[in-house]
Design a protein around this ligand. Structure first.
Ligand code: PGA
Length: 258
């Protein structure tokens, strides 16, 4: 199974030229890692048409999708609109959407179903909730997991990429504190155990990533655990060299274990 490193640009960069430059610099380097590592860029919607037809190795992702195909939902984006621009992935349940935009587990559940219906892979974040406490993360993750996968059959569940994203570790949060590699490993193992209960051995074909702050300085802390299948990277993904160090480290670990 390839490692997976996802760039979450959030509401950045500020111009389409910068967005094009960022993607081009990744696309040029992809041949070095493509055998063992996949890279996905989750860009703001308006930038997607600027490069969706010239990227081949970097995969394209979005940061939201509606639970409906069409209709009166101001500000939302349809899975059909994303598919037209070759979007293969979508981030759902990110802590920023939960905290600042009122996204609930049942909305995330409906959006997962909508994405899967159109063959867009949901990247589902678990661990974001206001005032989430470090010692209580297993309970929170279990509860969110149960609600966001409600009604999904095994075949659909298997297609999801899960991310452990502890809200208190995100760099933009006040008093943010990085999670240790052991903590990330422990919670990712916990997510695997939830998946195994539903899927049995099939759970081993899935990827579970870490999504607190990951950058060139701390990536080894997480990549050293073979059970951590990659990372969802925020701020560092806007600096191509920094992001590439993250990609390279996961790639190195993956080769190392063959
Ligand atoms: P960060 O964001 O890397 O900027 O801390 C991570 C995230 O939002 O998941």
């Amino acid at each position: 199974m390839k490692k997976l490193v996802i760039a979450n640009w959030k509401m950045n960069p500020q111009t389409v030229d910068e967005a094009r430059r960022l993607v081009a610099s990744l696309e040029h380097r992809m041949h070095v890692v493509a055998e063992h590592t996949e890279v996905v860029v989750c860009a703001p919607f308006v930038y997607i048409p600027a490069f969706s037809h010239y990227i081949h190795q970097v995969k394209l992702g979005a940061q939201n999708v509606s639970w409906q195909d069409a209709g009166p939902l101001t500000g939302e984006i349809s899975p059909l609109q994303l598919k037209e621009w070759k979007v293969d992935y979508v981030i759902l349940g990110h802590s920023e959407r939960r905290l600042y935009l009122g996204e609930t587990d049942s909305m995330v559940n409906a959006k997962i179903i909508s994405a899967l219906k159109h063959r867009i892979t949901p990247i589902v974040c678990l661990g974001g909730e206001e005032n989430a406490k470090k010692d209580d993360m297993k309970t929170l993750v279990t509860e969110q997991f149960r609600k966001v996968v409600k009604g999904l059959d095994k075949k659909d569940l298997e297609k999801i990429v899960f991310v452990y994203e502890p809200v208190w570790a995100i760099s933009t949060m006040k008093k943010s504190q990085p999670a240790t590699g052991e903590h990330a490993y422990e919670l990712i193992a916990h997510i695997y155990s939830l998946l195994e209960k539903k899927l049995g051995k099939m759970a081993r074909n899935m990827r579970v990533l870490y999504g607190g702050t990951v950058n060139q300085e701390n990536v080894h802390e997480y990549a050293q655990f073979p059970q951590i299948d990659g990372a969802l990277v925020g701020a560092a993904s806007l600096d191509p060299d920094n992001f590439w160090q993250v990609v390279s480290e996961f790639n190195r670990e993956s080769i190392h274990r063959i």
